[in-house]
Design a protein around this ligand. Structure first.
Ligand code: DP6
Length: 324
């Protein structure tokens, strides 16, 4: 059966960085995120006896390394469904790949839903989140709606994501400032393996449960200033861990630093905006809807950037319009 799913990328406010189980992608700590309305992956999957091998097309290209990852994921789906059937997979992002825009998150979330439905499985949201996690850790957070928590768990069955607030609970925005479109040099999959070499990682873990508790409180109370301050501190801590890993990882580019400094300047002028950053040079600007216009006016004066405006969004869902 031909099935199409659409999945959002997500931005983590408290980050997943480090794994206690590489194979299962069990994270060292829990994380909190929000799904993004305008960074989407659409994936059509058709399992059929007509296909003698998996045929995979990502953004109209055949990419050997990416295709192998998808085949391994399809093997997992075949194993659960106990069949040997092959599939055709066509997938498209409405945004550039890599560069820290979490294409693996939306990618594996859409694939998990489209592939399991196409092969005839009827997985619950929890089971889908677990399966997506095995493709890419952060993908488990793109399955449920809105604001999401991923509990680290002890084993495969206990590590999955759940919605904590619906998308319309709080109308904050994530304006992603795209500073660079090139693919990044160190993938997050490799970055996760280096955390233990940072002298600050253990220190980070000692406070992480408290951070998760606090961020949930601030979202619940819609306390934007406390929320923004914690989100920004968390992003800087993540990049401090990256910088102090051995070998070090430096994702930030001169343009990223320019935006960070601009945010601090704007805030000193009374504009309530905070930033967060993933494993890439792009800067996510977090603001309230009421400040959107003022912020966009400022952004338009900065050269050589693009920006994508995102509101909180639903998670992964099926759609009727197929790509093949
Ligand atoms: C910095 O989910 O991309 O964006 O499990 O190896 O696929 P893999 O890693 P990935 O890591 C995301 C890291 C991050 C923080 C976050 O999204 O929580």
């Amino acid at each position: 059966m031909k099935v199409t799913a659409i999945a959002p990328a997500n931005i983590a406010f408290i980050k997943y960085w480090g794994r206690k189980d590489e194979e299962l992608r069990l994270p060292t700590n829990g994380s909190i995120s929000m799904n993004l309305s305008n960074l989407l992956t659409t994936t059509t999957v058709e399992f059929s006896s007509r296909y003698k091998k998996d045929e995979i097309l990502i953004n109209n290209e055949i990419n050997k390394k990416e295709n192998e990852k998808i085949e391994r994921f399809l093997d997992k789906v075949r194993q659960i469904a106990k069949t040997n059937s092959r599939a055709k997979v066509v997938t498209k992002n409405n945004f550039l790949k890599s560069g820290g825009l979490a294409s693996s998150a939306s990618g594996f979330a859409a694939l998990a839903m489209a592939a399991t439905v196409s092969i005839g499985l009827n997985l619950s949201e929890k089971e889908l989140s677990i399966l997506a996690r095995i493709g890419s850790g952060s993908a488990c957070r793109s399955i449920p709606d809105g604001f999401v928590k991923w509990v680290e768990g002890r084993d495969n069955q206990s590590s999955f994501a759940q919605s904590i607030f619906a998308p319309d609970y709080w109308n904050i925005l994530d304006i992603v400032v795209v500073t660079q479109t090139e693919n990044k040099k160190v993938t997050s999959t490799d970055g996760h393996k280096l955390v233990k070499t940072s002298p600050f990682f253990q220190k980070r873990l000692r406070n992480i449960k408290n951070k998760i508790k606090k961020i949930k409180e601030y979202i619940k109370q819609k306390d934007f200033i406390k929320f923004g301050e914690l989100v920004e501190r968390e992003a800087l801590e993540l990049h401090a861990i990256m910088l102090t890993s051995n070998p070090p990882i430096l994702y930030l580019q001169p343009k990223s630093i320019e935006i960070i400094r601009a945010v601090w300047q704007w805030r000193s002028e009374g504009l309530s905006v905070y930033f967060t950053i993933d494993a890439g040079p792009n800067i996510h600007l977090i603001c309230q809807e009421k400040d959107q216009k003022r912020l966009i006016d400022k952004l338009q004066k900065i050269k050589d950037i693009k920006y994508i405006i995102n509101s909180p969004a639903n998670g992964t869902r099926l759609v009727g319009k197929h790509l093949l």
